[in-house]
Design a protein around this ligand. Structure first.
Ligand SMILES: Cc1cc2nc3c(=O)[nH]c(=O)nc-3n(C[C@H](O)[C@H](O)[C@H](O)COP(=O)(O)O)c2cc1C
Length: 186
């Protein structure tokens, strides 16, 4: 029997009605057979302080442990001022430290995002990809899932109603599973 591929997802928005949280919630329904999705909420992670990197807060310890336990990570990010939101960068900074204890080391990863604008988080996603180079993560190139005008594709209850968007998310998940297995030689 094939081993389950466990994917940890987190969103770069703390907002209750977040469109990016909605994209992640959709993955729970769309994840392919043989893989499992879990979602980690970044709410409560304190601002990074390097004085504390050797004794990080409990929430950060938990975050790092969950990243390490996962076979792959999937990030859904908004775009704030043409880049990634501070909460996401802050969480990534914590998980990458102290030097030599980067929880993301060698981790397969994928990114997606939703915005109310017309570029669907493209600029934020490319900024995130740049950080992944330094973190030595193995980022899936394709498909790129950039959801513009999210307000027309996600309803008030946070359900992704747009069929093309759901198809893209499904394709991304399948590609991430294939990519993860290839990297692990499975
Ligand atoms: C501080 C801030 C900056 C923003 N900057 C951008 C931006 O550069 N590009 C963009 O497309 N949308 C921008 N937006 C709008 C976001 O796309 C929109 O708020 C989106 O719903 C955020 O994602 P969420 O629904 O997951 O919280 C910005 C929103 C905020 C709060």
């Amino acid at each position: 029997m094939e081993r389950m591929i466990n994917i940890l997802g987190f969103a770069g928005s703390l907002r209750k009605g977040s469109y990016n949280k909605a994209l992640l919630s959709a993955t729970l329904e769309l994840v392919p057979k043989g893989a499992a999705m879990e979602i980690f909420d970044l709410e409560g992670i304190l601002p990074f302080n390097q004085d504390m990197e050797n004794q990080p807060p409990q929430k950060v310890r938990e975050f790092k442990a969950r990243i390490r336990a996962a076979d792959a990570v999937l990030i859904a990010t908004p775009e704030y001022n043409y880049s990634i939101p501070g909460v996401l960068k802050n969480a990534i900074d914590w998980a990458s430290r102290p030097y030599g204890d980067n929880a993301f080391e060698g981790k397969p990863a994928a990114v997606m995002g939703a915005s109310v604008g017309m570029l669907g988080t493209a600029r934020a996603q490319y900024d995130l990809r740049r950080s992944f180079v330094f973190l030595n993560m193995y980022l899936l190139n394709q498909p790129e899932v950039m959801v513009p005008f999210a307000q027309d594709k996600i309803d008030k209850d946070g359900k992704v109603t747009d069929l093309k968007t759901r198809e893209k998310i499904k394709e991304l998940l399948q590609s991430l599973v294939t990519w993860t297995k290839r990297l692990k030689g499975e």
